[in-house]
Write a protein that binds this ligand. Structure first.
Ligand SMILES: C[S@@+](CC[C@H](N)C(=O)[O-])C[C@H]1O[C@@H](n2cnc3c(N)ncnc32)[C@H](O)[C@@H]1O
Length: 271
């Protein structure tokens, strides 16, 4: 998305509303516990042939950040590396420790601003100048009661206020019915017409943790659907995953009510 957006003339605003720390350490105990890096980025780094266009920039950035392969770029670092001097990156993180890491990392980077705030509130009320040429990443953990409802409501308000921005919303699949219900809520909130793209490490219901990850793209640029549909099978083959892979219009219908947060705890589950 960012490659496409930065290929167009004119300044771009990227708002990363659940930014995290910016960079992660594969050697940290938390990362080692799950082994997810080996099954994901590890396979991409070890791939012999050319990589799918979908992930080539990511792998390039991982190599550039740390040729030793210990550090991994989060969404702020990936965005920062792709933006041009005329662009602006707003990083929002509510946790003081993560926010402090962002401040330390990006101090002195012009065009990058780290805010310690509530991403939902900013999304619903005062998203900075998100008119044409804006990409908004919404990447909550969905661990708290009511987070899905907050997400749908805040997105609804954001789209009403800034209809031209592109919104990227990450969602997990732990229980298929619950994820479909969430997507149904998105679609019935006037946010239909969006794309969804999903890749599953495991078939639905194969484990009691995260089996697949998806992204809903509101205001998807023309051609994205076809491009993703072309790219996804090659990525799935490279990763050797066995779960669902799909690129489709977001045409959710109101489904059975969700009884618990989408993710509860993602620890031990690859994203
Ligand atoms: C899934 S992580 C984000 C990962 C990041 N996008 C990346 O790719 O590296 C979610 C982050 O959102 C933060 N967070 C949770 N609730 C928040 C809120 N209401 N507003 C802003 N940040 C929040 C958490 O502290 C956590 O760092």
């Amino acid at each position: 998305m960012l490659r496409r957006a930065t290929a167009r003339p004119g300044p771009l605003l990227v708002a990363d509303l659940f930014a995290g720390a910016g960079v992660y350490d594969f050697a940290a105990a938390e990362a080692r516990k799950t082994g997810e890096a080996e099954a994901g980025i590890g396979r991409l780094l070890a791939a012999a042939g050319p990589l799918p266009e979908l992930v080539a920039p990511l792998v390039e950035r991982v190599r550039a950040l740390d040729p030793g392969g210990r550090l991994y770029p989060g969404s702020p670092e990936l965005a920062r590396a792709m933006l041009r001097p005329c662009d602006r990156l707003v990083l929002v993180e509510r946790h003081p420790r993560e926010h402090a890491a962002l401040v330390a990392r990006y101090a002195g980077h012009s065009g990058v601003e780290a805010r310690c705030e509530d991403g939902y509130r900013l999304l619903a009320r005062t998203l900075p100048q998100a008119g044409r040429g804006a990409v908004v990443l919404v990447d909550p953990a969905y661990e708290l009661e009511g987070e899905e409802t907050r997400t749908v409501e805040a997105l609804g308000r954001a789209v009403a206020r800034q209809p031209a921005a592109v919104y990227l919303l990450w969602y997990p699949v732990l229980e298929r019915a619950q994820s479909e219900a969430f997507l149904g809520e998105l679609a019935t909130c006037g946010l239909g017409g969006a794309l969804r793209v999903e890749l599953g490490a495991l078939p639905d219901g194969a484990a009691c943790c995260l089996t697949a990850s998806g992204m809903a793209v509101l205001n998807a640029p023309r051609g994205l659907e076809r491009w993703l549909a072309r790219e996804l099978p090659a990525l799935a083959a490279l990763l050797g995953v066995r779960g669902p892979r799909l690129v489709a219009r977001l045409t959710g219908r109101p489904a059975a009510r969700r009884r618990q947060p989408l993710a509860r705890s993602l620890s031990g589950a690859p994203r």
